[in-house]
Design a binder for this molecule. Structure first.
Ligand SMILES: NC(=O)C1=CN([C@@H]2O[C@H](COP(=O)(O)OP(=O)(O)OC[C@H]3O[C@@H](n4cnc5c(N)ncnc54)[C@H](O)[C@@H]3O)[C@@H](O)[C@H]2O)C=CC1
Ligand SMILES: CC(C)CC(=O)C(=O)O
Ligand SMILES: [Mg+2]
Length: 353
């Protein structure tokens, strides 16, 4: 089997947490006796600074020639004023998602027993384990819809979905639910949006093919509230690009920190793995970012792209053990504990593999 991985550290904390993930990969390679070929590429603001493009041709080539892509994060205030197509977000990450046809973004949010105190939710709400998988449509919807325009006095975005696009992601949602708690909540805004009315129709039509899955529909405003009031009611959430972006950050907060939440962006041939959060400019360069989201994204890559399930499990178990042992970066620090650095967290995980 070929193990060719495009590594795109990106901006902000991206390179810091990527360094940690690659050290973990190194240890995993030693332990499990394989070697991955890593090819590094530029993306985002750092790519723009160096080449004038947030997604240089060279990076596209590297990604298209790889078996999987491991991404850090992109963006930051330095590049916010650029023309839209030059920004790290639109010209970099969204263009890459489009190019690789990454249509399904899986964002698992699991609360660690030891991190319950970090959740903004009370013990009454967290009486059992939160374990929510958001299945977010990633290649269409309002982030990509045309027309899209910005003038001095007008901003225009278009939310468009076709039934084929909805069907593909909703099937992923049903299939994920079948492998988990057999509950699927489809989140939309079908009381207002045409794209959501279509979404709900497609979900309802597909439901009879998955009789073992209990389906519910929820409007996105209510879903945002229900996540706070009773997150335990959710197993798998399937939703559109924008709603999934927002609700997955909320589910991360419920579990204690965005720094813990990995993601897998599944494509037709090549998939990409990245933390759910961004480049965290507020803490970038300080060596204090939580590398766990990046390290768990690596675990998802080993599992989804390479079937290296034991290696992925070894990473997850080392992360669990670190959290249990009270090793904490600042974002998941309880009173009376001392924060470790990004590097120290990575070393602690490595020593447990
Ligand atoms: N996939 C990507 O590359 C994404 C990029 N972005 C970009 O990131 C930049 C900053 O966006 P924000 O809205 O501030 O979102 P953000 O996700 O970067 O940060 C939100 C908050 O979470 C914290 N946080 C995130 N990851 C963390 C980690 N690993 N360890 C500890 N704390 C962590 C940050 O310090 C900050 O307080 C923007 O340019 C945005 O466009 C945002 C989301 C996703
Ligand atoms: C930065 C955006 C392009 C996307 C985003 O916030 C995300 O994928 O979580
Ligand atoms: Mg986001």
């Amino acid at each position: 089997m070929s193990y060719k991985v495009a590594v795109l550290p990106g901006d902000g904390i991206g390179p810091e947490v990527m360094e940690s993930a690659l050290k973990v990969l190194n240890r995993i390679e030693e332990k499990f006796g394989f070697k991955m070929e890593l090819i590094f590429g530029l993306i985002g603001g750092s790519a723009y600074d160096e080449t004038g493009s947030p997604l240089p041709e060279e990076t596209k080539k590297i990604c298209l020639g790889a078996d999987a892509v491991l991404l850090g994060s992109i963006g930051g205030p330095k590049w916010d004023g650029l023309p839209p197509e030059k920004t790290p977000e639109l010209g970099g990450l969204l263009a890459l998602r489009k190019m690789l046809k990454l249509y399904a973004n899986l964002r698992p949010a699991v609360i660690y027993e030891e991190l319950r105190a970090m959740s903004p939710l009370s013990e009454r709400v967290l009486r059992d384990k939160v374990d929510i998988l958001t299945v977010r449509e990633l290649a269409h919807g309002i982030y990509f819809g045309e027309p899209k325009e910005l003038t001095d006095t007008m901003g225009l975005d278009t939310m468009v979905y076709t039934s084929d696009q909805v069907e593909r992601i909703v099937r992923k949602g049903f299939e994920a639910a079948q492998k988990r708690g057999k509950k699927l909540c489809s989140v939309d805004k079908a009381n207002v949006l045409s794209s959501s009315k279509l979404w709900r129709r497609v979900v309802t039509e597909l439901a009879h093919e998955y009789p073992d899955v209990e389906l519910s529909h929820m409007y996105v405003d209510n879903a945002a509230m229900q996540l706070m009031l009773n997150p335990l009611q959710f197993d798998v959430i399937v939703t559109s690009n924008l709603f999934g972006d927002i609700l997955s950050d909320e589910s991360a907060a419920i579990c204690g920190s965005l720094g813990m939440l990995p993601s897998a962006s599944l494509g037709e041939e090549i998939s990409l793995f990245e933390p759910s959060g961004g480049s965290a400019p507020d803490i970038a360069g300080k060596g204090i970012a939580n590398p766990i989201a990046q390290i768990l994204s690596l675990a998802m890559m080993l599992e989804y792209s390479f079937d290296l399930n034991e290696a992925a499990a070894a990473i997850r178990s080392a992360v669990d053990d670190c959290v249990k042992s009270g090793i904490r970066t600042g974002d998941i620090l309880s009173a009376g504990m001392t924060a470790v650095s990004t590097k120290e967290m990575a070393d602690a995980i490595i020593s447990r593999i």
